[in-house]
Design a protein around this ligand. Structure first.
Ligand code: PMP
Length: 311
């Protein structure tokens, strides 16, 4: 097939059965979202949010898109905004990966930094202020926007369902990390609706608050919350897994070294959760999870530190 627009390449990502030994001979399948053109799951969201806003008449020909984002959503929005020919301002807490910020700028977005200490809440506040100052502007606000889970309910979930239906296999559990909680909520809603026995598990790094812990800094990027995502009101997770950074990073390295699979730390955390969950599932069950992005955009963060080769 010949494509005519980069946005046509969003979605239909590969589903990979991992060659990894899990408890109870459980099989783990991962949707490889780094194969989206902007390199992450959030291309789906950027495309969906702007399409929904355009349909609702919220975009004029010179509307500025403003969004607080840890990074991947910014890249997804910047990519989607190209098709609408609209300017984008992304409000990013300073600590987030340089690679992501370079990518956002390369796609034409302007970046406004907020202090790391104020977290994502600080970025949300600043984005709202900017939206008041700049008119016309549109603030998708992924953290509250019901179109966020809908993006995954309408694209990612049915892709996974079709892939399993084709191979005549049943899904026992669905595992996804939570940043905004959109991926988890969209998938959980879709699969629970079809089979209430499907176990839904959400993944957070230690330092996120879903398991009742106190918020603190963590190095796993893209997941972790400072408040319970509003989307969880409709679909509460059956299980919550809180993963230490070191465990997530160890699995990232293992996947690269053993399988040639180069994923980001939120994928490592998702895999750690799958391996935990497998202990409580019937023999040979299938778990499906999402690997949101690649490690390449975190190389400056020194997850990969190797000894210098001896001369
Ligand atoms: N992993 C990565 C790398 C991400 O960028 C994000 C989005 N912040 C997530 C996981 C979590 O996705 P969601 O916002 O849908 O919970």
């Amino acid at each position: 097939m010949i494509y005519h627009n980069i946005n046509q390449l969003i979605g239909q990502t590969p589903l990979l059965q991992l060659d990894i030994e899990a408890p109870n001979e459980v099989k783990i399948f991962a949707k490889l979202e780094m194969f989206n053109p902007g390199g992450s799951i959030k291309d789906r969201l950027g495309e969906h949010l702007l399409a929904a806003a355009a349909r609702a008449g919220k975009l004029t020909k010179d509307t500025t898109i403003i969004e607080p984002t840890a990074g991947n959503t910014g890249i997804g929005l910047a990519l989607a905004a190209k098709r609408h020919n609209l300017p984008v301002i992304l409000v990013v807490p300073e600590q987030f990966s340089q690679e992501k910020q370079t990518l956002m700028r390369a796609l034409g977005a302007k970046i406004v930094h907020t202090p790391s200490a104020l977290g994502i809440k600080g970025a949300i506040k600043r984005a709202k202020e900017l939206a008041n100052e700049i008119t016309p502007s549109y603030l998708p606000l992924q953290f509250n926007n019901p179109e966020n889970p809908r993006a995954y309910y309408e694209t990612l979930a049915p892709e996974i369902a079709a892939e399993f239906a084709e191979s005549d296999q049943k899904i026992a559990a669905v595992v996804a990390g939570a940043g905004s909680g959109g991926t988890f909520a969209g998938l959980a809603h879709y699969f629970k609706e079809r089979d209430p026995k499907v176990v839904t598990a959400v993944v957070e790094p230690a330092g996120s608050i879903l398991n009742g812990g106190r918020p603190h800094k963590h190095r796993t990027e893209g997941i972790g919350v400072e408040f319970v995502p509003p989307f969880f009101a409709q679909t509460r997770p059956d299980r919550i897994y809180t993963i230490e950074d070191d465990r997530a990073f160890a699995l990232v390295k293992q996947l690269a070294f053993e399988q040639g699979l180069f994923v980001g730390s939120s994928s490592g955390a998702a895999l750690a959760a799958c391996l935990e969950l497998a202990k409580s599932l019937p023999k040979k069950s299938n778990i499906v999870t999402v690997f949101p992005d690649s490690s390449e955009r975190y190389l400056s963060k020194a997850i990969y530190t190797f000894e210098e080769e001896e001369k």
